[in-house]
Design a protein around this ligand. Structure first.
Ligand code: GCB
Length: 723
């Protein structure tokens, strides 16, 4: 018999030089300072200790300790005896403690999220919370038991191969143990097999197999294994066939199954990454509510509970390691160990369909030979550990499409931010059209796209960089069209379903938060864009009027936008129908307003209401850039023979003096907006794409990162340089 003992209670925690405090796990020390901006959250080594009496052990029983997440590295000692050193903050590891146990014990875990050049992530647009932020357990097993230590393995692996025509599946179950015969059971059938070299395997054929069929029918089987000693383990698995097609995208069980969904970061307002099942479940429910059939679990291994929920609800998963933003020559070993753990620990989840090697890895520099080699090794490792799933990568949008890096993974994917950080919305369309036409052999997906919105900000003339909900809506309406018109995209992921902490950010009226979420950081508010995707994806009938937080409007005639998955929508103003329209997803009405009005949308059985008010002046609380003076040319002595912000980037880059001024400004512009913006500014490929844009339009896109005063002095400096 195997016993699992909850070990979350009664810990003592101390940062260096501070008095210890009592904590209960899960715990992070960055729940507050990791989310308040300034990029100054505490990173370093802190110590967790716990005293406990020796557990009662029967003859020969062994005790292991299991950590489901210790960020980012951990050293475990028991009564002064070193038990484990683990690098990587997102995976499970276990260590045996039996021989170091005494009657009274002191367990010490030093957890370190300090900077180094070996363990990923070190540079990325999210907070690297430190702590023992997932469950800790003791596991008591008989002397003969299934493997617990190697790569945090579950000890059992199930591989199913489906024959769709015969409606059957062959299931190979493998186990690892320290000897003895193994009784393996699948679907009521038992097989007893010997352990050879610590490994046992048995094959089963399932006739009339019930497939794991995505959201429609995510049926799960169980494989269990038992030793004569009584040690027993089990895993759920699914029988499904996956395929990736260059023209038709993703196939599940022989049918096209377009993967349309969202990305998720795990953290929460006020909690950081120290979550319980309640938060995981709530996130999963929101994914179901929006109607997504896939989630990219970015940018690291998520909690086992979450992969389990995805299995249960049929949500397809992109899984990845935090090999992100910057290649570290000394980090190779760590990428390999994090990938090994990701695959070994998650192999049995039918929801997972690919392994992501890296994210935007060329964002901070060129694809050096060392970086290429690292990717080849990772790719080979994935194939060696898992012959059933392809590898993929999320490329940064300025990676040249003919880069040899793109040829390494089995299938590809791009993160594009045209229409947010830089460029025009239509560049998204052109990018995929050109890619698809040029590379006849490549399967391509859309791993990230998004725009920040603070639900406090509103505009009837939304513009890129204004952080309004209305611009986020416009942006995503366009991107939804891009995706609908390109069924070959094997998967698409909104960045992000939830706002998340990136302590280095300071923009859009909030410090420390990336606001590209469709839902706020506390999960309480669904931004209007959430309902755009719900209208596109969900089968549950509903209607939603946009702009409920944009009640005061200074215009006599305003636009009322309605999102619905119903075929037609009627709009009522103060009880009178002013129009009805048939369409798909987005329904836009023009509404004259005089005073306070009740606006109601009716679509089939569904209704929604908001209040709108005509005001004399625009409500300044809706504006992000309140103090901004946008007239940069108020001096009469503007000289067209000298450089100015009206010149294009290309022209300004040609003159060394104006190029130097531009460089300084770019540094300033991108300092608080995350790494994508930063690396975009220094990227030659992107600079080529942007060469035709006037500097002033780029400044507008920067979303207030360049204050008006600075633009003025910039312009004055440029005016000193003759063309
Ligand atoms: C990206 C990164 C992601 C960032 C996002 C952004 O491309 O992959 O980690 O959070 O851009 O919002 O800038």
């Amino acid at each position: 018999m195997r016993k699992s003992i909850d070990f979350n209670g009664n810990w003592s925690f101390a940062k260096p030089g501070e008095a210890p405090v009592s904590v209960t796990l899960p715990h992070t020390w960055n729940a507050v300072d990791g989310q308040d901006g300034g990029n100054d959250y505490w990173r370093g080594a802190a110590v967790y200790t716990k005293s406990f009496p020796k557990p009662l052990l029967k003859d020969g029983e062994r005790v292991y300790i299991e950590f489901s997440g210790a960020a980012m590295t951990a050293d475990v000692t028991l009564n002064g005896v070193p038990l484990a050193h683990h690098e990587g903050g997102y995976s499970t590891f276990r260590a045996e403690m039996t021989d170091a146990l005494r009657q009274e014990n002191l367990l010490e875990v030093t957890v370190d999220n300090g900077e180094n050049r070996r363990v990923y992530p070190q540079k990325a647009d999210f907070t690297f919370y430190g702590g023992l932020y997932r469950d800790v357990k003791l596991i008591v097993v008989p002397e003969r038991h299934f493997e617990l230590e190697k790569d945090g393995t579950p000890g059992i692996k199930a591989t199913s191969v489906v024959d769709l025509a015969r409606r059957s599946a062959t299931v190979m179950v493998e186990t690892w143990q320290n000897g003895g015969d193994v009784e393996i059971t699948v679907d009521g059938k038992h097989r007893t097999v010997p352990s050879a070299g610590g490994h046992a395997e048995a094959e089963f054929v399932l006739e009339n197999v019930r497939l794991w069929d995505g959201v429609a029918d995510p049926y799960l089987y169980t494989a269990s294994a038992r030793l004569e000693s009584g040690d027993e383990i089990s895993t759920r698995f699914g029988c499904r066939e996956i395929r990736f097609d260059r023209e038709k995208g993703f196939f599940l069980n022989g049918r096209p199954y377009p993967l349309r969904g969202v990305s998720r970061h795990q953290d929460r307002q006020g909690m950081g990454n120290a979550l319980t099942m309640a938060e995981h479940r709530e996130d999963l429910e929101i994914i179901r509510e929006i109607g997504a059939n896939t989630v990219r679990l970015a940018h690291y291994q998520h909690a086992q509970e979450f992969y389990d929920l995805c299995d249960e609800y049929g949500i397809i998963v992109w899984a990845e390691i935090p090999y992100i933003t910057e290649h570290m020559p000394d980090g190779r070993e760590n990428t390999l160990s994090q990938m090994r753990e990701l695959i070994v620990q998650n192999y049995n989840h039918p929801s997972i369909v690919c392994w992501g090697l890296s994210n935007e890895i060329t964002a901070s520099g060129e694809a050096t030979e060392d970086l290429m080699e690292n990717h080849r090794l990772l790719n080979d490792l994935c194939h060696q550990l898992d012959a059933t799933r392809p590898t993929t990568m999320a490329h940064v949008f300025m990676l040249e499409t003919d880069s040899p890096l793109i040829d390494i993974p089995d299938i590809g994917s791009y993160n594009l931010y045209f229409g947010w950080y830089l460029g025009e919305l239509e560049q998204n369309d052109r990018f995929f059209d050109e890619f698809h036409a040029k590379f006849s052999g490549r399967v391509i997906g859309f791993s990230e796209y998004g725009a920040d919105a603070n639900p406090q900000f509103h505009s009837s003339t939304p513009e890129r960089g204004d952080y309004t909900e209305e611009y986020q809506c416009l942006y995503h309406e366009h991107l939804l069209k891009v995706i609908r018109e390109r069924p070959y995209l094997w998967s698409t992921y909104v960045w992000n379903l939830f706002d998340f902490a990136a302590d280095g950010r300071d923009e859009g009226g909030k410090k420390g938060i990336n606001q590209k979420g469709l839902v706020t950081f506390d999960r309480k508010l669904r931004k209007d864009t959430f309902y755009l995707y719900k209208a596109a994806w969900s089968q549950e009938p509903f209607v939603h009027i946009c702009g409920r937080r944009y009640a005061d409007r200074a215009e006599a005639v305003t636009q009322v936008k309605v999102y619905s998955n119903q075929p037609s929508v009627a709009l009522f103003v103060d009880g009178n129908e002013i129009g009805s329209m048939a369409g798909q997803t987005v329904f836009t009405f023009t509404v004259p307003i005089t005073g306070e009005h009740q606006i109601e949308a009716v679509a089939g059985e569904c209704r929604d209401q908001i209040i709108l008010r005509r005001t004399a002046e625009p409500n300044r609380a809706y504006l992000f850039r309140k103090a901004e003076v946008v007239n940069w040319f108020d001096k009469a002595d503007y000289d067209p023979n000298c450089y100015s912000v009206k010149d294009t980037m290309g022209e300004l880059m040609q003159n060394p003096r104006s190029a130097a001024i531009l460089g300084k400004m770019m540094e300033r512009m991108t300092a608080s907006r995350g790494d994508v913006a930063k690396s975009a500014s220094g990227n030659a490929n992107l600079q080529r794409m942007m060469a035709g844009l006037p500097l002033e339009s780029l400044i507008k896109q920067a979303g207030g990162a360049v204050p008006a005063e600075m633009v003025k002095s910039l312009n004055a400096a440029l005016q000193q340089i003759r063309k």
